[in-house]
Write a protein that binds this ligand. Structure first.
Ligand SMILES: NC(=O)c1ccc[n+]([C@@H]2O[C@H](COP(=O)([O-])OP(=O)(O)OC[C@H]3O[C@@H](n4cnc5c(N)ncnc54)[C@H](OP(=O)(O)O)[C@@H]3O)[C@@H](O)[C@H]2O)c1
Length: 338
């Protein structure tokens, strides 16, 4: 089968940084599904693994987490899916990825694809959707029944893949969203997905909030390097507020600053459940299923900003170049094989 992978960490400008190669067809056992991949999307984790983690002991390592496709075979312990089912999922960090024509994935982290989304729009979403959902409802503990309506959430980096779906999930349960964006196009993206207020993260955030009548915010979700924002978060959060980051700080942070206001600090990492084989890893099946119903009901809109062509090494390198700029809007997708 066709696959795209790498054997050593190289800058993306090097044609060997991602290569097309033939891989053996995998066989589904246990709780694994074998999925024929129709479309994938690319996330910052793809370039971070290519650049920083290397191929480990996987030989030619295949990247790719987000995928949408059709189940072609199931392991003997599978109960959730059957051949022919259309699925979407974000995969696991420590296994071979979805940039291959056929891919093995544990059914407990797979959901039924929304019927209203085509392959490309579906592939754009799972990783960011899971991240936003777990960060919002599990880490920041925003309730899904609307009883937190009226609280304010500031999203640092609102126009990217995670921010674009998080804004919608938060708005749907009545949260007021203040998104940050630094460029005309990213401001427009935040507005398109429903942010109540957009402020510029390259300017004075506190002054812009004050000018808009906000002395404090209840919750902060950081989709950006936290280091430059940690002190600001301690000043802006209201008592009993919460900060969730999806990007690890590069330097130690002083959690003592969180004491006086009794603030909460949490880190969302969407691979934790599968990486540690947590007993509740089936939660990701459930939340992807709930998400599919929300898209089919029209309460969420897709976040794909571009399709870069079929799945091959050249197009994946182009996606990595865009993502490494850290100024991507929404999600980049590749569809079909060629
Ligand atoms: N822990 C997890 O499970 C998890 C899951 C998904 C992603 N992540 C990480 O979270 C980050 C965001 O992911 P993503 O998919 O949303 O990435 P993305 O799509 O590449 O995000 C791009 C956005 O980041 C904004 N941005 C860039 N620098 C910023 C800064 N200094 N302050 C605020 N915003 C800034 C840009 O806004 P402007 O262009 O307007 O400047 C742009 O809209 C990545 O580092 C990714 O690795 C972690």
């Amino acid at each position: 089968m066709k696959a795209v992978g790498f054997t050593r960490s190289l800058p993306v400008a090097d044609p060997q940084s991602l290569i097309d190669f033939d891989a053996p067809l995998p066989v589904a056992t246990g709780t694994d599904l074998l999925v024929e991949v129709r479309a994938v999307s690319v996330n910052p984790v793809d370039y971070r693994v290519r650049r920083d983690m290397g191929p480990a002991n996987l030989g030619t390592r295949i990247l790719g987490y987000d995928a949408a496709g059709v189940v072609t075979a199931v392991g003997s312990d599978c109960t959730l899916f059957k051949p022919g089912d259309e699925v979407w999922y974000a995969g696991e960090l420590t296994r071979q990825g979805s940039n291959s024509q056929f891919h093995l994935v544990d059914e407990r982290i797979v959901g039924p694809k929304p019927v209203s989304l085509d392959w490309a729009d579906a592939a754009a979403l799972p990783l960011t959707f899971i991240t936003a959902w777990e960060g919002l409802h599990e880490q920041l503990r925003v309730r899904r029944d609307g009883s937190d309506a009226g609280k304010t959430l500031m999203i640092l980096g609102g126009a990217g893949g995670v921010g674009s779906i998080l804004t919608q999930l938060a708005r749907n349960v009545g949260i007021k969203v203040i998104a940050t964006a630094s460029r005309r196009a990213s401001i427009a993206q935040c507005q398109r997905v429903g942010a109540d207020l957009v402020i510029d993260h390259t300017g004075d955030i506190k002054a812009q909030l004050a000018a808009a009548g906000h002395k404090s915010v209840d919750l902060i979700f950081s989709c950006a390097e936290l280091d430059g924002y940690f002190q600001l978060a301690t000043e802006l959060l209201s008592p009993f507020g919460g900060l969730c980051t999806i990007v690890a700080p590069n330097k130690p942070v002083d959690l003592g600053l969180f004491k006086i206001k009794a603030l909460r600090y949490s880190h969302e990492f969407m691979f934790t459940r599968s990486m540690f084989r947590m007993p509740d890893m089936i939660e990701q099946h459930r939340l992807l299923k709930a998400g599919a119903a929300m898209f089919d009901a029209g309460t969420l809109q897709g976040t794909r900003s571009a399709t870069l062509g079929p799945i091959n090494a050249a197009n994946l390198r182009a996606a990595h170049v865009q993502l490494e700029s850290t100024h991507t809007l929404g999600k980049l997708v590749l569809e079909g094989w060629g």
